[in-house]
Design a protein around this ligand. Structure first.
Ligand code: TYM
Length: 339
């Protein structure tokens, strides 16, 4: 019986994805990534992880790391990831990733790493801390994915370039060693198009470091305050006018959390120049709260269950290490090392 299950799993496509533990999960993380994780666990051989090594680029304290890892674990569970279907592990529990990171780094070039947009952005934002980890962030991410020979990686739009690098490193490894070993992992989005959840400050994406995020654990009053402060304008001056970015962003959020009827109602109001942004924001805040409330309750429950969190991480680490160990042994052989 056990053998049959193992064979069945080994024929299923593999799915890997992770999130950095740099705070609480926000709506961008949920709609860009975690929502797909929850759906994919039903159909694929999935594992999801907490990318704590990646978070070191910004030098968190040991206490920061411990707390944030527990938080993301509890939030993964609260969002509906079932560790029986999709093991959840902490990246730093799977040391095989580091070995593959080293091998991939030997074939990753300064020029291409320096051209990655997120590297350039971070180097601009933190000029005093342009460390080598920041530069080689894409090779660590590629190692996370390739160490399990994953087929699909559910991620938001902002990770596209890192995914291209992962494919590039996979192809390059195969070429250098003249093997057909690594598959090129695809980014995966349920709606065919990558999701970019906007922030409430008028432009750009929702993000922790952008300071414009609504967190899954935010309470009703906080959500309302954040939404009511969202940037708007003086209203449309023509029928069916194209929406400027801050307004489009409110509608994008509404599309994610409200019913189609609610969305259509405010969209018609906008097109007829009858929109009252105050009403729209109140509705949006109420719908975000209705969406977050059950998750928020579960986050609190899981966070207080230290024993369960430790068990999930321990079992996840075992499953991930077994899969990674198989790959790393094969990679050593290919490169010419003994096992
Ligand atoms: P991170 O921690 O920045 O974000 C986690 C996931 O959330 C998505 N996301 C968004 N999607 C849509 N709209 C937004 N506003 C938004 N903000 C965040 C991200 O696209 C991501 O899917 N490098 C990764 C972590 C990582 C990883 C990996 C992911 C490390 N190794 C291997 C996949 C596979 C990161 O920093 O994600």
């Amino acid at each position: 019986m056990h053998q049959i299950i193992l064979e069945y799993l080994s024929n299923m496509e593999k799915v890997i994805s992770g999130i950095r533990p740099t705070g609480n999960l926000h709506l961008g993380n949920y709609f860009g990534a975690v929502k797909s994780f929850v759906k994919m666990q039903e159909e694929y051989n999935c594992m999801f992880f907490i990318a704590d090594w990646h978070s070191l680029t910004t030098h968190p304290t040991p206490e920061n790391i411990r707390t944030s890892v527990r938080t993301i674990l509890a939030e993964y569970l609260a969002c509906g990831i079932d560790p029986q279907k999709a093991p959840i592990y902490v990246q730093s529990d799977v040391k095989q990733v580091l070995e593959l990171y080293l091998y991939l780094n030997m074939n990753a070039y300064l020029g291409e790493l320096e051209r990655v947009t997120s590297f350039k952005e971070k180097a601009r934002k933190q000029p005093d801390n342009v460390n080598a980890g920041l530069l080689t962030y894409p090779s660590l991410m590629a190692a996370d994915i390739l160490v399990h020979k994953a087929d699909k990686v559910p991620v938001g739009k902002d990770q596209e370039q890192n995914m291209e690098m992962a494919r590039l490193f996979a192809r390059r490894f195969n070429r250098i060693y003249d093997v057909e070993y690594f598959k090129e992992p695809e980014s995966f989005h349920f709606n065919a198009k990558a999701v970019k959840v906007p922030g409430l400050d008028g432009s750009g994406k929702m993000g922790k470091s952008e300071g414009n995020a609504i967190y899954l654990c935010d309470d009703e009053a906080t959500i309302k305050k954040k939404v009511m402060r969202a940037v708007t304008d003086a209203g449309p001056t023509m029928l069916n006018q194209e929406k400027p970015e801050p307004i489009e962003n409110l509608f994008t959020l509404m599309q994610l959390v409200s019913t189609p009827d609610t969305y259509d109602y405010f969209n018609d109001q906008y097109n007829n120049m009858a929109i009252r942004y105050g009403d729209m924001k109140k509705q949006l805040a109420a719908d975000i709260n209705a969406f977050c409330a059950p998750i928020r309750e579960r986050i609190l429950e899981y966070k207080s269950n230290e024993e369960l969190l430790a068990k999930v991480a321990r079992e996840g680490a075992e499953a991930a290490a077994a899969s990674a160990e198989k790959t790393i042994r094969e990679v050593r052989e290919i490169i010419g090392f003994r096992n």
